[in-house]
Design a protein around this ligand. Sequence first.
Ligand code: ACO
Length: 336
Amino acid sequence: MFTAVITGTGAYLPSRIVTNKELESVVATSDEWIISRTGIRERRIAAPEEATSDLAYYAAVGALEQAGLEAVNIDAIIVATVTPDMLFPSTACILQARLGASKAVAFDLSAACTGFIYGLELARTAIFAGSWQHVLVVGAETLSRIVDWEDRNTCVLFGDGAGAAVVSRAMATDEVTAPHAKNIMARILGVHLGSDGSQGEVLTLPAGGSRRPATADSVLSRQHFVHMNGPEVYKFAVRIVGEAADALLSKLGLAYGDIDYFIPHQANLRIIEGFAKRMKLPLSKIPINVEKYGNVSSGSIPIALHEFAPMFQPGQKIMLIGFGGGLTWGACLLEW
Ligand code: ACO
């Protein structure tokens, strides 16, 4: 019986740090306001010559190295992103060419901040079905290119970055059956996904697609930037993180006490604290890095997974929980 395991992770954050103080000269805001409402102290912003595939590339190279794989061993590349280099070709195909992953099928996945979890589930089920042996799942964003730097409601919240994981085929006995992969970091025990398109209007990028193609007017009316109903997104997020966790735990016959760490999408410290309070979880069980990177959308969870991996011990259970535009949500349980 096959099982899906993570054999490597990687992350890349652009070197430029933009502090809240620096944003005070961009929009009418303050370090104090941003910290008290979001917990964010700084974020990374990509260099002008960097696009999403560049960030994805460095995260992918790290994940492949850790898995002990050459790019040519990869069967599929899934890039979750809402900030592709361009509408097409896909960022995944651009990444495939740069990596030299000639055997891989490559495609992008659009599920906003939940994209990485959706990607893990696609990888897991394809591995079960026997279709692929090694899948590179990447969450990569250059959100600085789609936020309105004149809108203080949104521009302070987001950052750029990428994270990646290699998902490989293994046996239930902890043996990697897919050739070449060296180590098992974590077994994927289960995934729960959800979507609610009826609420999609609370978080959108209205123009630039077939509904509202780019025109001089769409540019002038700032329709190519993120539009967000902050309070509605906040309410949705606090509710859905708990519901996603509940659904996955009941699917697997587990309880909150069985989980050692929760890694929610790092959108906002208040959302994380709201979830912790609602679920009566100590914050010590929730590793947090939102203060350093802001909300990196699909990059958020794989960056956190890579960053916090050294603290996890064999046998521990770690739940990843995503939520975002669409609306979408998902939870994934890993056993280290
Ligand atoms: N600096 C100063 N003032 C600001 C700023 C800012 N950066 N942004 C908004 N304000 C002002 C507003 O203009 C408003 O002023 P007004 O009352 O004069 O109109 C006021 O602050 C609103 O203040 P609050 O009601 O206290 O703000 P709130 O507590 O709702 O916090 C926030 C706003 C942080 C956006 C909150 O709604 C939130 O966290 N929403 C979730 C958004 C989120 O995390 N999105 C992530 C993307 S979605 C995803 O990842 C799934």
